[in-house]
Write a protein that binds this ligand. Structure first.
Ligand code: ZN
Length: 297
């Protein structure tokens, strides 16, 4: 199944993207794709419900905005320096253990929402990434069992402000957490749709020019290893996101470095996980109010 959420920001309701591109409204059966949905076996029940009810479910127009395909999770955990080609580009050592950092869950937005350059930001950069969405609560799991706890996968752009991240002291989280810095989707593909995450092509363009072109086969630590590793340090809840790192081709690695400016257009995709597109806009006090601080549903 491919899970989508659609509607106005903060008022999204759940849907399903069918193989033929049809979008179904499933809000008659599911309240939201949130922690309770995944924890209570919602995926299996939804699959059963669709068999009898898909034909009669309301269709959603393609002009309707897509939101993040999951409700705001308890946490977004990111992996740094997890691609061999990116480590080479950054002239960094291959990490002995995965590098972990957080991204504020308020940075989550829809796949085609505008990217807002944060207040006082000058070095906004892109990172196409494979995101893992957890399906069950877990802690201290072995790699061999890790995928049993995963609900599915999604396309993610781990936007980063390099000055905030690297030049403002302390942890990377400062450069990773601004509003709109985590466009997710267009959909979450459940694990049965992608049995092998080890050979997925991934790409990103800025203003039509390729910047990143790689594959998950460049990953240093694979998805089961990462899920297991993160669970050694924290409990993962249903709906939590683990973003698995970016390949070569970020703006920071260009000579000279190149960063995004208002008016730029960023497009990205991963095999079997669709494509997304963000227009870059300048920060304004009014836009901050409309994007952040929305009450959780
Ligand atoms: Zn990243």
């Amino acid at each position: 199944m491919k899970l989508i959420r659609f509607g106005e920001p903060g008022k999204e309701i759940p849907g399903i993207l069918m193989e033929d591109g049809t979008r179904l409204d499933v809000s008659a059966f599911v309240e939201d794709y949130d922690e309770a949905f995944f924890a209570d076996g919602g995926l299996a029940e939804l699959k059963r419900w669709l068999q009898g009810n898909a034909a009669a479910a309301p269709r959603i127009e393609h002009t309707v905005r897509l939101g993040s395909p999951i409700a705001r999770p308890s946490k977004i955990v990111c992996i740094g320096l997890n691609f061999r080609d990116h480590a080479r580009e950054s002239k960094m050592e291959i990490p002995v253990e995965p590098v972990i950092f957080f991204k504020a869950s308020t940075s989550l937005v829809g796949p085609n929402d505008d990217l807002i350059i944060p207040k006082n930001a000058r070095k906004v950069d892109w990172e196409v990434e494979l995101a893992v969405v957890m399906g069950k609560r877990c802690v201290y799991i072995e790699p061999e069992r890790a995928l049993d706890y995963v609900a599915g996968y999604a396309l993610h752009n781990d936007y980063s402000e390099r000055e905030f991240q690297l030049e403002r002291a302390g942890q990377w989280v400062k450069g990773k957490s601004a509003d709109t810095f985590a466009p997710l989707g267009p959909f979450v593909a459940t694990t049965d749709e992608i049995p092998d995450t080890g050979h997925l092509g991934m790409w990103l363009k800025v203003n039509g020019a390729f910047r990143q072109r790689s594959s998950t086969s460049e990953m240093i630590f694979d998805v089961p290893a990462l899920v297991s590793y993160v669970s050694q340090f924290m409990t993962l809840l249903p709906g939590d996101v683990i973003s698995t790192g970016t390949p070569a081709g970020v703006g920071l690695g260009m000579k000279p470095p190149q960063y995004l400016k208002a008016g730029d257009v960023v497009e990205l995709g991963i095999d079997q996980l669709g494509e997304s597109r963000q227009k870059v806009v300048a920060w304004q006090p009014a836009t901050a109010e409309t994007v952040s601080g929305r009450p959780a549903k």
